[in-house]
Design a protein around this ligand. Structure first.
Ligand code: GUN
Length: 281
């Protein structure tokens, strides 16, 4: 049997602290911390994520500036909006919800956001700072995973950590954070040979590949810490993660559920980064 890492509970605790900091900022500066959220198009999942981010801002005393642009928005229009938000002193953080519609160049658009307002931690400067072990605005999902490990007294130092997935948003920054915390890190992906064997060597296994229940009990070492970043649907259309939770929980020492695990932490770290960006001025 394993300990269930409760992301919802931890997120609520952290959000109470973030709210206090946001209120203190507002008292000191005579204005609220501000986050601009830009959504282009009608992707249903993105609409849910954006709604949840805006709601979380309201609950934390952060003012949100929401922009919902039509799917046919041109690159120049999006970049013009971003340039305006960059110049706006009330906006401390800017988030462009991804993915953008196919005709838009996300990388080019995101280059308009300076590192100080890049609360997603996606830009080259923030990624570079993270790689060099410097304080930076860190990508929210992997940052949230580190907070979970810390809250449950799990020290990565000297541990064998395996990250399944190599995306710029989760896998790569996750690997860097674990490395910065003195773990021995392996990153696995679709071309990895003997994937199951590598996973089974992990003391800490972080899974972010977007495939429902991909990680089965035979891929997990007895007593491992298993962190599931997946948000998938099972054969019955029910929300599930990348890990076969019911089977793996019998083998792991710690495991995150889906929903209620990593998900609530991602938005919490976005709020955290926004307050940090405001305080840095
Ligand atoms: N799409 C999926 N995850 C994310 C995220 O963390 N930030 C943004 N901006 N878009 C996303």
């Amino acid at each position: 049997m394993s300990v269930r890492i409760d992301g919802k509970e931890l997120a609520a605790k952290l959000r109470a602290d973030i709210r206090e900091e946001a209120e203190q900022y507002a008292r000191q500066h005579g204005k609220q911390v501000g986050l601009a959220v830009v959504l282009v198009g009608e992707d249903p999942a993105s609409q849910v994520y954006v709604r949840n981010k805006i709601k979380a801002c309201e609950e934390t005393g952060i003012r949100s500036y929401s922009y919902h642009l039509p799917a046919e928005t041109r690159q120049e229009q999006l970049e013009e909006l971003l340039d305006g938000l960059v110049a706006d002193k009330n906006v401390h953080g800017i988030l462009v919800q991804l993915p953008l519609p196919k005709h838009l160049d996300a990388e080019r658009a995101l280059k308009h956001i300076p590192s100080e307002k890049d609360v997603d931690g996606f830009c080259a400067e923030n990624v570079g700072n993270l790689a060099m072990g410097r304080a930076a605005l860190v990508a929210c999902t992997p940052h949230g995973v580190m907070k979970m490990l810390e809250a449950y007294g799990i020290d990565p130092r000297g541990k064998r950590a395996v990250v399944l997935g190599r995306s710029n948003i989760v896998g790569k920054p996750m690997a860097m954070l674990l490395l910065n915390a003195d773990a021995t890190v392996t990153v696995c992906h679709s071309k990895t040979k003997d994937l199951a064997k590598v996973c089974a060597e992990a003391d800490i296994l972080v899974v972010a590949i977007g495939r429902a229940k991909f990680v089965t009990a035979d891929m997990v070492k007895e007593g491992a810490v298993v962190i599931d970043v997946g948000m998938d649907r099972d054969e019955n259309g029910k929300l599930c993660g990348d890990v076969d939770y019911e089977a793996v929980k019998e083998k792991a020492a710690y495991i995150t559920p889906v929903p209620g695990g990593v998900g609530p932490m991602t938005i919490t770290m976005l709020l955290y980064n926004t307050v940090l960006a405001a305080k840095r001025g």
